[in-house]
Design a binder for this molecule. Sequence first.
Ligand code: NAP
Length: 245
Amino acid sequence: MFDYSITENCLSNKTILVTGAGAGIGREAALTYAKLGATIILLGKTVSKLEALYDEIIALKLAEPAIVPLDLKGATKQNYIDMSATIVSQFGKLDGVLLNASMLGELTPFTQIHEQIFNDVMQVNVTAQYLLAQALIPTLQLADKASLVFTSSGVGNQGRAFWGAYSISKFATEGMMQVIADEYENSNLRVNAINPGATKTNMRASAYPAEDKEALATPADIMPLYVYLMTNDSLAVNGKTLKAQ
Ligand code: NAP
């Protein structure tokens, strides 16, 4: 695992938006950030999952989170601009954004990729990330120090047979991260990506249905890197893809 010792309350006074906060790695990251003192904005597709996490955070007597129900497949540029304006009016700034939500599509030979699935994967994993980042960067610039974190994959810088649209979308994600990181070098904003590695979630189960799930890292196991990139300990890190495992 990425070697980082998490200290109590290391995220206090920070407001952090997490996409895909209802399940898997995003849910764990949102809960972990809340336990470390941050106020969390939970963005996701399935409202009931976001509400369940909201209830869990309130039951733990942590800072009250906000819920943003948004389907990245259908959301428009205006939706993201409106969301950013609401965040500024409610919270004043954003200290961190974890762009975690994505879809796998289907694993299939390249010649058999369905155009609709290719377009959906690109919409959710690339276009929505670009629109989110574009709308949220001005809000991140209102913070003293801010961190924008993209989510890549092992197939995000080395292509692999049958990983088609998903792999292509993660290459684009890493490219987007590097472009923005270069533009904002020497600013208050640092921009990086995480490669979580094989992690026990629904997405992993749909990619590898037959594997032994007990051998996999859990979302909780990989949190050190997710926390590190949101703390001031990572202020000097920019333009990097870091492995959580
Ligand atoms: P997951 O368990 O499938 O969770 C994905 C999350 O994204 C869910 O909360 C889901 O919401 C949300 N989401 C999906 N489509 C969305 C949409 N159209 N609009 C809004 N939210 C949407 O996946 P995960 O394994 O935690 O993956 C998290 C990130 O890590 C992804 O970027 C993935 O590519 C990356 N990753 C994972 C692994 C791994 O082994 N797990 C390895 C490498 C990279 P709903 O639950 O409401 O559908």
